[in-house]
Design a protein around this ligand. Structure first.
Ligand SMILES: Cc1ncc(COP(=O)(O)O)c(C=O)c1O
Length: 380
């Protein structure tokens, strides 16, 4: 048995999704920009996919732009807000994904943007009063705050953040990569100018995602070239990727309640088993609290031990695929910027387990027992 508990990194493709994609790899190969029948049938499939995504998110197809993934969508939202709207101040957090942090750093280095970082506590909970203070003294700001953290799972209240942004007339971008397909997004409620999705995080194909850009926010394309995506993103579309993305999102919404229940129960079992079998185990961020963190992510903090250096490697040898990383900032392994920002003790071991609809109770029990044996603290 090999156990895959790295679903925040990527998820296995759903067979139903593959079946929807296959005809667009073999039979329907036309270029969607071609005006002949081969092109037109593919164009119409892309537009159907766009309508599916828009309907699920309660928005209009004109506001959905397909991209090469979450990273490109985040880049587009941030860079284009700066360059098209002339916004030169951003508020973000040190807990964002590098797709956001490195983009902001690049703009800052170029002298195009000043970035302020929100205060947060040791569990990664953001100080929204600080957000109000920063916005009150900086009109016309870009606020870039993720919906849920990919490493520790902490959920941010994006509706509350959206309301604050509206009050101060700020542009709001939320990296929703980790919640897309796992939570329902009603874009009439969120009040964001931009949100993003990445298909491989919800059992779709890799290398495809989307940017939602609200109709009132007029930006120029990040990628220049052809007139694809209504002149908003040059380049021949990743047709089967787009078909797969829409199918994967449709399935995710269709089965969400059932899968969320199953995955939450696996996470709860993992917490219980680890507490039962290991001494001095705790959980980074808010990951042990049901409604405050992703049900798909559990970031485990393990006692200081020599084996922490090789923790992920040892798990791999034991046929367990997980990720995470220490808070350490020396050596070849730069460590996790998120755990460092939380002030997690670098001597402790940290591992992120992330679950999907395909995981089983037996897998959870095996992983908990293996970890307990590794730390030689089995109490039974
Ligand atoms: C929060 C978050 N944002 C952005 C990305 C990047 O998405 P993609 O892999 O589609 O470029 C990821 C993927 O790990 C992520 O977890």
């Amino acid at each position: 048995m090999r156990v895959y508990l790295d679903n925040a990194a990527t998820t296995p493709l759903d067979k139903e999704v593959f079946d929807a994609m296959a005809p667009f790899m073999l039979e329907h190969f036309g270029n969607p920009s071609s005006i002949h029948a081969h092109g037109r049938e593919v164009r119409s499939a892309i537009e159907k996919a766009r309508r599916t995504v828009a309907t699920l998110l309660n928005t209009s197809p004109a506001e959905i732009f397909f991209t090469s993934g979450g990273t490109e969508a985040d880049n587009a939202a941030i860079v284009c807000t700066c360059r098209s709207l002339g916004i030169t101040h951003a508020v973000s957090t040190q807990l964002e994904h590098h797709a956001v942090l490195h983009t902001l750093e690049m703009l800052e280095k170029n002298g195009e943007m000043n970035v302020s970082y929100l205060r947060h506590d040791k569990r990664g909970v953001l100080d929204l009063e600080h957000l109000e203070e920063l916005l009150a003294s900086n009109p016309r700001t870009l606020v870039s705050i993720m919906h849920a953290n990919n490493e520790i799972g902490t959920l941010n209240d994006i509706e509350a953040i959206g309301a604050i942004c509206k009050k101060y007339d700020a542009i709001f971008h939320s990296d929703t990569v980790q919640t897309m397909g796992h939570y329902k997004h009603d874009l009439q409620q969120v009040g964001a100018n931009f949100i993003v999705g990445s298909s491989h995080k919800f059992h779709g194909p890799k290398g495809v995602g989307f940017l939602y850009c609200d109709a009132g926010t007029k930006i120029q394309p990040l990628i220049q070239g052809g007139a694809q995506e209504r002149n908003m993103r040059g380049g021949t579309e990743n047709v089967y990727g787009i078909i797969g993305l829409a199918k994967a999102l449709e399935i995710a919404y269709r089965d969400m309640v059932e899968h969320a229940k199953h995955i939450q129960s696996l996470k709860d079992r993992m917490i219980f088993k680890l507490r039962e079998q290991l001494e001095d185990v705790s959980f980074n961020g808010m990951s042990e609290f049901g409604d405050k963190s992703l049900y798909t992510v559990l970031n485990v903090s393990l006692p200081a031990s020599d084996i922490n250096e090789m923790l992920l490697f040892s798990l791999d040898i034991n046929k367990i695929s997980a990720s995470g990383g220490s808070a350490c900032s020396s050596g070849a392994n730069a460590g996790s910027h998120v755990l460092r920002a939380l002030g997690v003790d670098p001597a402790r071991g940290s591992v992120r387990f992330s679950f999907s609809k395909y995981n089983t109770v037996d897998e959870i029990d095996y992983v908990a027992e293996t970890l307990a044996k590794m730390y030689k603290k089995v109490l039974v």
